[in-house]
Design a protein around this ligand. Structure first.
Ligand code: ATP
Length: 423
């Protein structure tokens, strides 16, 4: 069937294998979710979701067995991933319905029909399926008019409780809207704004909320999503002072440029988040850390934002005048915070200080050590760390450049100290 013909060869082969096995086992299997949407939009993608009406895990096991693949089940959800020797993968789910006993909580899940499974999905464009069994292979199942909405470039929820049932959809709606350059349909946007006013976001756990923020920051083009979430008052629903501010666009653009230079930009999402949080005061940042419960590394980076801001002020006040002073001020600050400022700080001088620290100075060590100090006849004691520390700062400031110079400087520092103590 034409629809499937447009897919890359390896995908077609995998789908053909899955369809054949489903015929043999007398099970119905469908291509579902984002890949169906993307097929109609002519977008290439690597993750392929299949849905089996029946036991999805048993089907996945057989498929893996027949094609020398490896199956990882996730029994709680009736899903499994099959990884094939050529490193391609299929995600296989059991068709299910979901019942939300309370808004914004995880639903009760039970195996169900294809129609029930499509009805539990977020938007009409994500609620289509393509049959893989013969003889209906290639048949499109589209009970919610997803194709019409694709043509009209519209994001539409399937029912009015959608955002209350699962407020993660508030983020998903904007991601798809901006990524595909679609628009939320009128009623959907109305229900969206009602959901924001009803504070459904507050019901999301820290883990689910942070995951949505991560997915936003992981999109290719982050700025339009930041802006639209602001317009829809989503940031403000998370924290009243959070939102788009003057200068954020240029920060995001700087991070975009940095991201485009990387081969694997997997952690760059953190930088976009730091940009968004950068004007917040320490109390707001603490509250946000409580709300999002990020891992330790990200928490430290968030909490160091105001610390770095204070250091930037010291540079302005000429209280920090050389790289050595800067090194002493920032060495306990999170590397992510420094990287963020290296890339996106709005002050040129701060960016330069951060950059040289991040790429060079934080890796510098003195060429000499305690043994050399012993060799020079300096008596062992707390003096050693003072000498090595002073040499390090001199090295960073370019005042000593060779090991000989370091040795000479060590003796001078020692003698100076001795004289001071003697006085
Ligand atoms: P992407 O291109 O971002 O991967 P996707 O549509 O494949 O988009 P996934 O998060 O991988 O998104 O989800 C796969 C499918 O599962 C979706 O297309 C949708 O049908 C369904 N789905 C995912 N999350 C939800 C949700 N919160 N509520 C309802 N359906 C969802």
């Amino acid at each position: 069937m034409e629809t499937l013909n447009a897919l890359p060869g390896w995908v077609k082969d995998r789908l053909h294998d899955a369809g054949k096995l489903a015929d043999q086992l007398d099970l119905a299997v469908y291509l579902v979710g984002g890949i169906v949407r993307d097929v109609f939009l002519d977008h290439v993608r690597m993750d392929i979701d299949l849905m089996v009406v029946g036991d999805g895990i048993r089907f996945a096991k057989r498929l893996a067995h027949e094609h020398q693949g490896c199956m990882t089940p996730h029994s709680r959800f009736g899903t499994a991933t099959v990884a094939f020797p050529d490193r391609t993968r299929l995600d296989i789910a059991t068709a299910r319905s979901e019942h939300y006993e309370m808004p914004a909580t995880l639903p009760r899940v039970s195996p169900d029909t294809l129609e029930a499974d499509l009805a539990r999905r977020d938007f009409s464009i994500n609620a289509m399926a393509i049959c893989l069994n013969t003889p209906q292979r290639g048949m499109i199942i589209d009970p919610h008019n997803g194709r019409r909405d694709l043509e009209n470039r519209t994001i539409r929820i399937l029912h009015d409780r959608s955002f209350a049932d699962d407020p993660t959809r508030l983020f998903r709606a904007v991601r798809f809207e901006q990524r595909l350059q679609f628009r939320m349909e009128h009623r959907t946007e109305q229900v969206y704004r009602e959901a924001i006013n009803a504070h459904w976001i507050d019901r999301l756990s820290a883990r689910r909320l942070l995951e949505q923020v991560r997915q936003v920051c992981d999109e290719i083009d982050v700025w339009p999503i930041f802006k639209r979430l602001d317009e829809l008052r989503v940031w403000q629903a998370i924290s009243p002072t959070l939102g788009v501010f003057e200068g954020l666009e240029s920060m995001v653009q700087s991070i975009d440029r940095y991201k485009n230079m990387l081969d694997t930009p997997q952690d760059v999402w953190r930088l976009y988040l730091l940009a968004l949080l950068s004007p917040c005061d320490p109390d707001t940042l603490n509250t946000l850390s409580e709300r999002l419960k990020p891992d330790r590394q990200l928490k430290e980076a968030i909490q160091d934002l105001p610390v770095l801001k204070a250091i930037a002020q010291r540079i302005k006040n000429k209280d920090i005048e050389n790289p050595g002073d800067f090194y002493k001020a920032v060495r306990t600050i999170s590397e992510d915070t420094i990287l963020f400022s290296t890339i996106a700080d709005q002050e040129d001088t701060v960016r330069q200080y951060c950059s040289i620290y991040y790429y060079e100075h934080r890796h510098i060590r003195p060429a000499i050590n305690g043994l050399v100090l012993q060799d020079l006849g300096i008596p062992e004691g707390p003096m050693y760390s003072h000498i090595l520390e002073t040499i390090l700062i001199k090295k960073i400031n370019g005042e000593v450049n060779t090991e000989q110079e370091e040795r000479r400087a060590a003796l001078e520092i020692w003698k100076d100290r001795e004289q001071q103590v003697g006085k």
